[in-house]
Design a protein around this ligand. Structure first.
Ligand code: ADP
Ligand code: MG
Length: 423
């Protein structure tokens, strides 16, 4: 028994190695076509590899083909399942195995069970998912074997080596169970991470609400006053026009503030696009202006001239990253101060600087910056910086923080410049 146990373990190792790619798969969930393609690729690879290196036990070849077939089908859906069935039959043919047509006829009926199971699987609890996957993998193997041996008229092989057969089924069940558990565990982990980002964004939105409301009150008060004036008797027509112009521009301002604020709360699906960093920093300054005014902070903005600073990333995530850093900077200046925002293009990198004249950080504090739940604020969550850093790193950005206690802090972000083809 021991001699093939080693081979089995090797096979297990081989087929589980493609699952390492699963974390990348999860990130592609919103891009269905890529997701499906990668899903198929991963499981087809596992399928082919396990079929190329079968375990030989007393003249019989055993492999774990039903594992990638089952799991790939359950997680990929009907189309992927069909493609995996096709891959399996094609691989078997290419490997020169006999009776390929009979084999295809024997295995294809199991697709029906797989198809039915896929629907139920999606909404099942963890325990049921594991149970479904284990049962399905056993059924696929068993039904195919019975049909194959019946058609080829060699039923005597069915219980030829009962102990070996039982061992393979037990091992297969074990591996399927573990794999489903691992995938579900990862799914939950990623899902939770997404939830943290979302809830932190909601906190950002609610933190800004007071300052936005405050900022909208000013134009409204102004408009109210001018309407009052417009109603007074004997007013000259030029004056009337002038008041009207002011009213409109104040209302436009209010509308801008509201529009900016609303786009802050948006959660669009993640996508990689070319973003103009100047436009985003301008947006940042608009959205922070209300918050800065509210906290007696003066805002200064200096945008790169000449080259348009472009980089790749997700616009709304990038905004969230910048706003988190900018908001911290303002919060570090409870007695007012200056917040400087600047962009610059140099040596194929786009530089964004966010500098404040606030409380600053000691070396120890600086070391802990960006680690989850580190906060020195009464109502802080200590997640903002962590999220910002992870967004920036995803954009292949580099972060440099200089800080001096009592003097202030400077965040410098470096992003790879995205050059658009211009003729
Ligand atoms: P929170 O803002 O909820 O406290 P963050 O992750 O955004 O969480 O920030 C973590 C901590 O880092 C803050 O509590 C603060 O002590 C420190 N910090 C971040 N930015 C600055 C800054 N510009 N100046 C001083 N301290 C800062
Ligand atoms: Mg914060």
């Amino acid at each position: 028994m021991e001699h093939f146990l080693k081979d089995f373990l090797l096979n297990v190792l081989i087929i589980s190695s493609p699952f390492v790619l699963y974390p990348y798969l999860y990130r592609l969930k919103n891009r269905l076509l890529y997701y499906r393609f990668l899903m198929f690729f991963i499981f087809a690879l596992a399928l082919i590899v396990t079929m190329c290196f079968p375990v030989k036990i007393s003249g019989f070849n055993y492999d774990f083909r039903s594992i990638p077939l089952t799991i790939g089908s359950l997680y990929g859906g009907g189309v992927i399942a069909l493609l995996l069935y096709g891959t399996l039959i094609a691989t078997r043919y290419l490997l020169g195995s006999p009776d390929n047509l009979i084999y295809a006829i024997s295995i294809l009926p199991t697709y029906l069970i797989v198809y039915i199971a896929i629907r139920r699987f999606q909404h099942a609890s963890l325990a049921w998912k594991i149970a479904w996957a284990v049962i399905l993998s056993i059924l696929i193997k068993l039904i195919t074997l019975i049909l194959f041996l019946t058609i080829t008229n060699q039923p005597q092989f069915f219980l030829h080596q009962p102990l070996h057969m039982l061992t393979t089924y037990a091992m297969q069940a074990f591996i399927v169970g573990i794999t489903v558990y691992a995938i579900e565990f990862l799914n939950r982990h990623y899902h939770m991470q997404e939830e943290v980002v979302k809830s932190e964004k909601m906190r950002l939105v609610s933190d800004m609400a007071a300052s936005v409301a405050h900022e909208i009150r000013n134009p409204l008060t102004a408009v109210r006053g001018f309407i009052h004036l417009l109603g007074s008797p004997g007013i000259q027509p030029e004056k009337k026009e002038f008041y009207k112009t002011i009213c409109f521009s104040e209302l436009d301002r209010a509308e801008h503030i509201i529009a900016d604020y609303l786009s802050l709360a948006r959660t669009d699906p993640e996508l990689m696009e070319a973003i103009n960093v100047n436009v985003e920093v301008e947006y940042l300054s608009n959205i922070l202006l209300t918050y800065a005014n509210f906290n007696n902070v003066h805002l200064s903005v200096q945008l790169a001239k000449g080259d348009v600073p472009m980089t790749m990333g997700d616009r709304y995530k990038f905004r969230q990253a910048l706003i988190n850093i900018g908001k911290n900077a303002i919060e570090a200046m409870p007695n007012g101060g200056t917040l400087e925002l600047a962009t610059e293009c140099r040596n194929d990198t786009v530089k964004v600087t966010i500098r404040d004249t606030g409380s600053g950080m000691t070396g120890d504090q600086l070391k802990r910056l960006g680690t989850p739940y580190y906060s020195t604020k009464e109502k802080g969550t200590g997640l903002g910086t962590m999220i910002s850093f992870s967004i920036i790193k995803k954009m292949h950005g580099k972060i440099d923080v200089r800080s001096e206690a009592g003097k202030g802090t400077r965040f410098t972000l470096h992003f790879p410049q995205h050059k658009t083809e211009t003729m």
